[in-house]
Design a protein around this ligand. Structure first.
Ligand code: AP5
Length: 221
């Protein structure tokens, strides 16, 4: 099964990916997480990507495609995967179409999370993430039990460099120009389901799960 989570920064793609993963044992591939880990580890990829990520620009397609090609051939992807934050340009989508065709795999569904500008700014400026395990929190909606500490692993919670308001605004512009056209692209392929991302996490997840059930991709539970 191949699922794509598409939507603006802060729409809650990562949060929903965690919910889906609780029910389906396939990996979540977040290009954002892969890039941030590479930056933190100081790898060649990290060095090449750092300035783009921290300033809210897109990392060049050829680097992203290298990440994807290497990741999806790993064994844990044999039964499928969930993309969180990929593809982000028409070129990336077309490249993935040709890779999946070669691998005789197909995209099952694209969930497009539509969220208002105000909600995005509010959610991202109050987001905190665990520096150890990547767990996502929100100071307003989903705060940790102990201030500044991850409930799961006790790691320190940090604010992402690109979650400063001026960088969020830049990311939103990039999203409008480069990523939003994918909505039309996947609509044309009859793969798109739109979810109102302004509603709470459980209601959004319910809609996603109902669609996956309707498509016979998962059982009722
Ligand atoms: P990436 O990490 O993918 O960031 P993004 O797409 O901007 O998305 P976010 O992670 O900011 O938001 P999200 O939708 O996952 O929201 P979340 O669930 O955390 O990419 C970062 C950068 O890497 C890019 O800018 C680019 O430079 C580079 N990059 C990555 N992929 C690339 C690609 N394919 N090509 C080129 N460059 C690439 O939720 C946000 C907050 O809201 C959290 O605090 C959460 O707790 C809260 N929340 C979520 N849902 C709800 C809800 N329903 N109600 C209340 N609060 C909620």
């Amino acid at each position: 099964m191949i699922i794509i989570l598409l939507g603006p920064p802060g729409a809650g793609k990562g949060t929903i990916a965690v919910e889906i993963k609780k029910k389906i044992d396939i990996p979540v591939i977040s290009t954002g997480d892969i890039l941030r880990n590479a930056i933190q580890d100081g790898t060649k990829l990290g060095q090449e990507a750092q300035d783009f990520v921290n300033s809210g620009k897109l990392v060049p397609d050829f680097l992203i495609m290298k990440i994807i090609e290497n990741r999806i051939i790993q064994q844990d992807c044999n039964h499928g995967f969930i993309f969180d934050g990929f593809p982000r340009t028409i070129h990336q989508a077309q490249e993935f179409d040709s890779i999946s065709h070669q691998l005789k795999k197909k995209i099952d569904q694209v969930f497009y999370f539509e969220a208002s500008h105000e909600v995005i700014i509010e959610r991202l400026s109050s987001r905190r993430v665990c520096s150890q395990c990547g767990m996502i929190y929100n100071l307003n909606y989903n705060p940790p039990r102990i201030q500044g500490k991850c409930d799961q692993c006790g790691g320190a919670l940090i604010q992402r460099d690109d979650d400063q308001v001026d960088t969020i605004e830049k990311r939103l512009k990039v999203y409008q120009n480069d990523t939003l056209p994918l909505v039309h692209y996947y609509q044309g392929k009859k793969l798109l389901t739109t979810i109102n991302a302004d509603q709470d996490v459980q209601d959004r997840f319910k809609e996603v799960w109902e669609k996956l059930t309707e498509l016979n991709l998962v059982g009722e539970n």
